[in-house]
Design a protein around this ligand. Structure first.
Ligand code: ADP
Ligand code: MG
Length: 668
């Protein structure tokens, strides 16, 4: 058992509402875990301070709130535990700011989405399948925010899936960006047809849900368990009272619905916070919100509640109501455990083998395009499964209706046979026979949720709710509950509920006025009979249409299967093409390697030759130097000899001249 974690967050004061001249006498004093109402002059207002797991003042960022209250839940969800975080508080106290945040400081939802994918990426030993849905509860009707067609969706329950919203679109996703885009789409759908978005957003609850399935990696054995966990992130409608906001007309009706579901939430929390033995029946089925959040409230989930509050003095009553709700929530315990399932209820299990085969073939090709094809196929398969479930459900309901009508007809034919015999209610041994006399409309309850509710009224002797509550809660009652008046709650719990037997009797008498004359009754029965036949025919036509739709879906299914096998074929073609390319490349590589080896050997040989030649060249150069030296010596000697010869020649020439001159002188 584990207590629900409860945090309180005060937003900064609204500058528009701040009027220094009206500076009030009282204010909230906050520390890490406590909130106290203080009279500025007289000190603390009598009464114990409110104590919580965490209290955040105006300076707290979404990052801090997320890190303190929600981050741990994400790890748990990825490990297979269910988890829920919701924001509760009056309008304008900061619930949406806490859940969605701003661009500068994203809120719990975007941070949780990113953390889920980061944690999944870090968990190497498991394989994950994540899908998301986004719904709104508005006027006690569930609308799908991911598609405009999904309006007024019913809540169903079966052994395999537990409590679920039938027909809700679920998208298989593989990145945070994809989820954030879907959330934006949800916001756009919420805006659609609604002129005053803020008015609506404060009057509707939104539930963003991530379903995470995982299995150990490389595990193809169908006996191995799959973990399936659900993360709910809920932004509740404002919890203020009607008269404060001056609500009237349509808005009053809306506010009634909000108050009803928040009243039921408060009621469930009250019951859960009571001592185990005195607790008794928990009225989860009394509102769609509590029914959907059932596992998160005293069930199999880890839960965090962030109660947002406005600090202004004018909101003191609402803030006190919120703090009382938070105090009661603090006493609630949950019992969370890892959800492991062996059946085919896990989508991952159903899709695993085929996808695994495809994935194996794709391994190594790193083709992002093909990963996208796989994701699209996963989504198509899932959608067609959901569509098949929806049609099967409709078909089942039609069949039930047809059987009821047929049974009704048989009974009437029997009655027509009872000529002039007086009929009294005593003749009917059980209520089902009386039921058969009722018009089909009053008997037939196509909505499984309604059927379950009536079972619940069988279970307990006293309903925790007053009989006349209907759809709109009494405002004073709400105010009292929001203020946590325990005595009034006790009064509520002791109000006797509708007893099933009584209602059946009442139904029987209103449906079959047994005291009327036989002729008139026969005429009426004949008329009923004609209308029943008509309904039966209509039902047959609808059945045929549904069967045709079913056939269409089957065709679509087989075309999807065809597409899948085409993709597989394409993938294997691609794989073999790539394999051939790879073989080719390997062969070319081997040839190139051989060539390279030869080249290397040549290069080594040439290098050695080059070295030898360089040595020889050095020797030759040396010789040449020596020869040059010799030539220089010889040319020097030659120049000397030339000088000597020139001077000898000059001397000889002078001697010859002298001789010539002396000879001439001699001759003369
Ligand atoms: P709620 O969803 O409870 O009706 P909102 O989240 O819409 O309230 O908040 C009302 C206004 O107060 C918005 O303008 C929002 O930006 C602002 N606000 C709420 N909480 C904070 C906060 N902690 N810090 C700054 N602004 C806030
Ligand atoms: Mg809001």
């Amino acid at each position: 058992m584990e207590k629900i974690s409860v945090a309180v967050r005060f937003r900064p004061p609204n500058p528009a509402a701040a009027d220094p001249s009206k500076g009030g006498d009282r204010e909230w004093r906050i520390d890490d875990t406590r909130v106290t109402l203080v009279h500025r002059a007289a000190g603390p207002v009598p009464g114990a301070p409110f104590v919580f797991d965490h209290v955040f003042d105006r300076t707290a960022t979404n990052e801090r709130v997320y890190g303190t209250v929600v981050r741990d839940l994400i790890g748990a969800v990825v490990d297979g535990f269910n988890a829920t975080a919701f924001a509760y508080g009056q309008t304008s106290s900061g619930k949406t700011f806490t859940m969605n945040g701003s661009d500068a400081d994203p809120g719990i939802i975007p941070r949780a989405v990113r953390d889920v994918f980061d944690t999944v990426r870090q968990t190497d030993d498991r394989e994950f399948l994540v899908r998301v849905s986004y719904m709104e509860i508005y006027n006690e009707e569930i609308n799908d925010l991911l598609t405009l067609e999904g309006r007024r969706l019913p809540i169903k329950e079966n052994l395999e899936r537990g409590v679920y919203v039938a027909g809700l679109r679920e998208e298989i996703v593989n990145s945070a960006e994809q989820v954030l885009e879907l959330l934006q789409l949800g916001e756009v759908n919420r805006h659609f047809g609604e002129t005053n978005m803020n008015a609506r957003s404060s009057r509707s609850h939104t539930i963003f849900r991530m379903v995470i399935e995982s299995s150990a990696k490389n595990q193809i054995d169908s006996e191995d368990p799959i973990r399936v966990s659900v993360l709910n992130l809920v932004d509740l409608a404002g919890s203020e009272r009607n008269n404060k906001t001056g609500t009237e007309g349509v808005r009053l009706n809306e506010a009634g619905h909000i108050n009803k579901s928040l009243l039921m939430l408060g009621n469930v929390i009250n019951k859960l916070s009571e001592n185990g033995k005195q607790r008794g029946h928990i009225p989860y089925r009394d509102s769609k919100l509590t029914r959907i959040l059932q596992p998160a409230l005293g069930g199999n989930a880890k839960t965090s509640i962030i109660c947002t509050a406005a600090p202004e003095e004018m909101h003191i009553d609402e803030t006190r109501g919120t703090l009382k709700f938070a105090s009661r929530a603090k006493c609630v315990s949950n019992c969370a455990q890892v959800n492991e399932i062996l059946t085919d209820a896990a989508l991952l299990k159903r899709q695993k083998r085929e996808i695994e085969e495809l994935r194996k073939k794709l391994q190594g090709s790193h083709s992002e395009g093909l990963e996208q094809v796989v994701l699209k196929l996963r989504n198509d398969m899932h959608k067609s499964e959901l569509e098949r479930d929806r049609l099967a459900m409709e078909l089942e309901e039609e069949r039930k209706l047809r059987m009821t009508l047929e049974h009704h007809l048989t009974e009437q034919q029997k009655l027509e046979g009872l000529d002039n015999t007086s009929i009294s209610a005593d003749q009917f041994t059980d209520s089902t026979q009386l039921d058969a006399l009722k018009t089909p409309d009053s008997k037939y309850t196509p909505d499984g949720f309604v059927a379950h509710r009536s079972r619940y009224s069988n279970d307990v002797e006293f309903s925790p709710l007053p009989e006349n509550l209907d759809n709109v809660a009494n405002d004073d009652l709400w105010a009292c509950l929001n203020k946590g008046c325990v005595t009034d709650l006790d009064m509520l719990e002791m109000t006797p509920g509708l007893k099933r037997e009584a209602s059946l009797l009442q139904d029987a008498t209103s449906a079959a006025p047994l005291e009327e004359p036989t002729d008139a009754r026969c005429q009426r029965l004949e008329k009923d009979c004609v209308s029943d036949r008509q309904q039966l025919e209509e039902s047959n036509v609808r059945c045929a249409a549904l069967e045709a739709e079913c056939d269409l879906l089957r065709d679509k299914n087989s075309s999807l299967q065809q597409e899948l096998s085409d993709s597989k074929r394409e993938a294997s073609l691609l794989v073999s093409e790539k394999q051939a390319q790879l073989d080719d490349s390997v062969a070319r590589c081997a040839a190139l390697e051989r060539e390279l080896c030869v080249c290397r050997q040549d290069a080594e040989r040439l290098a050695t030759e080059k070295q030898e030649l360089a040595g020889e060249l050095g020797v030759e150069r040396q010789k040449m130097e020596e020869l040059k030296q010799d030539i220089r010596v010889i040319s020097r000697a030659f120049s000397q000899r030339e000088g000597q010869l020139t001077s000898l020649y000059t001397k000889s020439k002078a001697i010859l001249e002298n001789c010539k001159a002396s000879h001439a002188a001699t001759l003369s």
